[in-house]
Design a protein around this ligand. Structure first.
Ligand code: MG
Length: 443
């Protein structure tokens, strides 16, 4: 079933929203983190399970379908989830385990299309355009993909297939749980019309209340209003809403390329200004970012530090002032020690006053390191700094090898401890989502 390199290249973007031959599949794992836990711990099957932070600041990252029956939803504060469902089994979760499952799932996806765009650890678009002769009709492909994911991972994926991305995504949501929904071009408008406006991909609570306050309850209402009227009510965005409500969406599947940046951050379960605690956390984030750089065979030139004050400057979750500082290295690096040094230096030099709520380390300016580059600032040879650098590289490779073999965290740097987290709060960046971190799941 391996297809790479055998499928005709997809046609270039067209002006029309839904050309008849385009075929997009959206695959989305059902209650991913919770399902992984239920698979691995049979005593949790059929029980309401939530994965996420259980402290006072924790939120639900994923809820099993049993928990959803009690109204538990992702992104809900954990205390509220426990109030709704007192017998809820709350798990802190293991993002490393979910990332490993995600890699398996994405390897399966890659056998069904040469063009896979991951949106998070557990969902992706696959461009099936031009694959029908090789793989069969979309209904068959959807069923085959679902069966293979179930057979090889023991997990359930729901699938939507449609002529455009947005409709495929809405279709997979409609197919849940454990379903497949294939929409032919002529079925799209009839499928969308009765759906409430919040089902449209990209409509959050703010847009939803705005649309509803203007009298638009369903996608059919939006479609009927027409672009001019929507534009007069909603401004320049109006035309886009109108097209989406009609099922017109020109966006192509964009296979994930190289990540432009890597980062990790944590919200502390209790605010802290303890330097050794903060310093330890910077080490944990820096080493983790460095491992990901090495795994991807890249190095980065810019180190970014960010933190959020614990003192709120204004109301709301975003009211905690955010600060960022960055510096550019003479040489790109994939060494956690270098990143740690720079992050700590930035922190000391611009150190915050008062307790910290969140701290993070990132890198950007990512370069391939396939060819060893000689530094302009180092004489060639193996003396002094060069020798210590090659020693560090050998050590990093050995540590990575052991962690690959025995699981993440099998070997860590002296003083490295996992960062204290109020919840599963690793950040997702487009393009690295597939391989690395997780956050609140959508579904
Ligand atoms: Mg999902």
């Amino acid at each position: 079933m391996l297809l790479r390199g055998r499928v005709t290249p997809k046609p270039p973007a067209r002006a029309e929203g839904a050309p008849a031959n385009r075929c997009i599949l959206h695959a989305d794992m059902d209650a991913f983190y919770a399902s992984v836990e239920q698979r691995d711990r049979p005593e949790l099957r059929d029980r309401p399970v939530a994965v996420g932070g259980d402290g006072s600041r924790g939120v639900v990252a994923a809820a099993s379908y049993e928990a959803r029956q009690f109204g538990v939803r992702s992104a809900m504060p954990s205390f509220e989830a426990k109030r709704l469902c007192p017998e809820l089994v709350f798990l802190r979760g293991d993002i490393g385990k979910y990332a490993r499952e995600s890699r398996k799932i994405f390897r399966i996806f890659a056998d069904f299309s040469p063009s896979v765009e991951g949106l998070s650890l557990d969902e992706a678009f696959l461009d099936l355009t031009g694959t029908e002769r090789l793989l069969g009709p979309p209904t068959q492909v959807g069923a085959d993909l679902r069966a293979r994911v179930r057979r090889e991972t023991g997990l359930v994926v729901s699938v939507g297939v449609a002529p455009v991305k947005m409709v495929a995504k809405v279709a997979s949501a409609a197919a849940k749980p454990d379903g497949l929904l294939v929409l032919r071009p002529e079925q799209v408008q009839g499928f969308l019309a009765p759906l409430p406006v919040r089902k449209l991909w990209g409509v959050g609570p703010v847009s939803e209340s705005r649309l509803r306050s203007c009298g638009f309850e369903t996608l059919g209402d939006l479609a009927q209003a027409g672009p001019e009227r929507l534009q007069s009510i909603l401004g320049p965005e109006g035309e886009r809403w109108s097209r989406l409500a009609l099922g017109l969406d020109e966006r192509e599947v964009q296979p994930n390329g190289r990540a432009l940046s890597y980062s990790e951050e944590n919200t502390f379960s209790a605010d802290t200004e303890n330097w050794s605690r903060l310093s330890e956390t910077l080490l944990a984030h820096s080493e983790s970012v460095a491992r990901r750089l090495r795994r991807d065979g890249v190095r980065a030139r810019t180190v970014v530090l960010k933190w959020r004050d614990a003192r709120r400057a204004r109301a709301g979750a975003r009211g905690y002032p955010l600060h960022t500082r960055q510096c550019t290295l003479l040489e790109a690096t994939d060494d956690g020690r270098v990143i740690t040094q720079e992050a700590r230096r930035l922190f000391r030099e611009s150190g915050p006053e008062g307790p910290i709520r969140l701290i993070g380390v990132g890198v950007s300016g990512v370069e391939d390191c396939g060819i060893e580059q000689l530094s302009l600032f180092q004489p060639p040879g193996r003396g002094g700094k060069e020798a210590s650098r090659s020693g560090r590289e050998a050590l990093n490779r050995a540590v990575d090898g052991l962690n690959d073999r025995f699981g993440p965290g099998a070997v860590v740097r002296a003083g490295e401890r996992p960062a204290d987290r109020a919840g599963l709060s690793l950040q997702i960046k487009r393009g690295e989502a597939v391989e690395t971190s997780g956050s609140v799941e959508e579904d």
